[in-house]
Design a protein. Structure first.
Length: 148
């Protein structure tokens, strides 16, 4: 019979389980430290037409954006996502296939292959519902002011 430390048996078992869970979580944290982190991007619906419109520049299949300044996104349609950066710049992602699930849960995740960069042709966005969609091209958006 194991020595009795004054705690009920269930308390001793819970304590061991918690220690094991903490060690497992710590081990997983160390194993994942080498890979780029997964980040979540909040999504809002496309706003109605406003005084400021955006025009896409020439799309690039090799362009990258700085992932550390991503503030949010707007799902334009199932194959187009506009990324809004801190400071107001915008980029348009063209997806390789339709991803209607992106706007369903109000956000998506991405895991860049290169730390701090999110690139066309290599990276994918992952919907909270499950599916992953490859980014095939990125273009910069420029504001277009209406004529008076």
């Amino acid at each position: 019979m194991p020595p009795h430390d004054g705690k009920p048996r269930t308390m001793r078992m819970m304590s061991r389980t918690l220690r094991f869970g903490a060690a497992l979580a710590l081990g997983l944290g160390l194993a994942q430290a080498a890979r780029p982190q997964v980040a979540a991007v909040p999504v809002r619906p496309m706003p109605p037409a406003t005084a400021e419109q955006w025009k896409a520049g020439k799309p690039s299949r090799k362009a990258c954006i700085d992932s550390s300044t991503i503030a949010g996104a707007v799902v334009v349609d199932p194959v187009t996502v506009d990324i809004v950066m801190r400071g107001g710049r915008r980029w348009r992602l063209g997806l390789a296939q339709q991803c209607p699930q992106l706007s369903y849960y109000g956000g998506f995740y991405y895991q860049p292959r290169v730390q701090g960069k999110f690139c066309a042709g290599e990276d994918r966005i992952i919907s909270r519902a499950g599916g992953a969609c490859r980014v095939s091209q990125i273009s910069e958006l420029k504001p277009v002011r209406p004529r008076p």
